[in-house]
Structures are given as C-alpha cells and as structure tokens.
Design a protein around this ligand. Structure first.
Ligand code: ADP
Ligand code: ZN
Length: 209
C-alpha cells in the first residue's frame, strides 16, 4: 500500500495517516515527526533546521528526501507531510516510476481556515506515541499525560497562531497545487476533515478496499 495524505495543518491528516497505517499495517511516515526526532537526537548541531521549522518555513528537499528514501524503496508507506511541493511530488514520482511502484491513492483532507486556527490553539502531542489532543475539543483524561501510552504531552513550538498562519500560507501556495498534479493522474480521494475521526477513516478505508 502506497498512500499520501495531504491537508492543511490542523485538517487532521496526521491523525488519519496514523489510523490508516494501523489498519493496513504499513509504516506511518510523518516527515514533520521524523524531523523533530532528528533534531531531538542531534541537539546542538541542528539550530538552523530547528529555526526553519519553528518559524513555519520548509526544510531543504535533500534532508526530507533522505528521510523518506528507505520507505519508498520498501514500497509500503503512508506519507504524512510529504510531498509538500510540486517539486517534491515530481521527485517522488521519479523514484516510484524507477521501481514500478505507483501510488495507490492521494487522500486530500479539506477544512476551513477559521476551524484550523481553533484546532491548533490548545493542541498537544504525545512525545512517545504521537497521539494528538486538544485541551478544549479532545482533552486527555489526565492533564499533560497521554491516554494511550502514558507519555508526556507537549505543545509544538510551531503551533502558535502567528506561525500557524505562515504554515497555512505555505500550504496554500506550495502544497495545495500538488492536488492538481495528482488529479491529472486520477488518484485523488477528497474528504472533509470536519466529520468525526472514525467516520473519516472508515470512508477512506472503503475507498481503498
Ligand atoms: P503540519 O503539516 O501540521 O504543518 P508537520 O509536522 O507535517 O506539520 O511539519 C512541521 C514542519 O516540518 C513544517 O512546517 C516544515 O518546516 C517541516 N517539514 C515537514 N515535512 C516537510 C517537507 N516534506 N518538506 C519540507 N519541510 C517539511
Ligand atoms: Zn502516547
């Protein structure tokens, strides 16, 4: 199974990618999480990278391609956060064509801006399993502790409103044009990110089965 999940920050693409990966038993590959882990492990040597991410700008293609290459070669993945530009989509296409492993589907999760800002305010992520909470809409049972694994919850530095707005602008100018690129290949499945989490997952699973 080779799937890409695309959506604005806060659309719920990470949550869906995680659930789909579990259902289909393929790796969930979040380039944002991989980058954050990389920075965590290499503290002191990644100040520039950390700055780029905390400000909501995009990281260099070479770094990101290095992170996803192995998953492409294994021919099984759910990409969450990659590709993020038409150029990255073209690079991915070349890599997949070379090994005759086309994409199965591009899941496009849509949502309105005003809802995004509300979802991002109060967002907390689990440092150990990646589960996502919202202090208002979807709070953990115990403050700052993950319901699933007991891990500590943290607030991403790039989740403040000003940076979210920049990430959103980047998303519309750089990432959303990817949808047209994939529409031409006839593999886009569009779904609203407004429904309840399980309903969205089930609709996507039905489409893929
Ligand atoms: P979101 O999609 O919710 O904005 P992510 O966790 O996917 O958040 O990404 C966080 C940050 O990681 C991005 O703002 C960007 O700086 C960096 N990043 C992630 N994926 C890529 C990518 N494919 N290309 C360039 N930068 C990326
Ligand atoms: Zn957890």
């Amino acid at each position: 199974m080779r799937i890409i999940v695309i959506g604005a920050p806060g659309a719920g693409k990470g949550t869906q990618a995680k659930l789909l990966a579990k259902h289909f038993n393929v790796p969930h590959v979040s380039t944002g999480s991989l980058l954050r882990e990389y920075i965590e492990k290499n503290t002191g040597t990644c100040d520039e990278l950390k700055h780029v991410m905390n400000c909501g700008y995009l990281v260099d293609d070479d770094i990101v391609i290095g992170l996803i290459r192995g998953f492409v070669e294994d021919k099984a993945f759910i990409f969450d956060g990659f590709p993020r530009t038409v150029k990255q989509a073209e690079i991915l296409n070349e890599m997949l064509s070379a090994i005759s492993a086309p994409l199965n589907k591009v899941i496009y999760v849509t949502i309105d801006d005003d809802i995004i800002i509300g979802r991002m305010a109060g967002r907390q992520s689990c440092s150990s399993c990646g589960a996502i909470y919202n202090t208002k809409h979807n709070p953990p049972a115990a403050e700052r502790i993950c319901d699933h694994c007991g891990g500590a919850l943290f607030v991403r530095e790039d989740d403040c409103e000003q940076v979210v707005r920049r990430r959103l602008r980047n998303y519309y100018t750089l990432t959303e044009p990817i949808i047209d690129y994939y529409r031409k290949q006839g593999i886009v499945f569009e779904i609203s990110g407004l429904g309840c989490i399980d309903e969205i997952t089930n609709a996507v699973i039905a489409e893929l089965s």
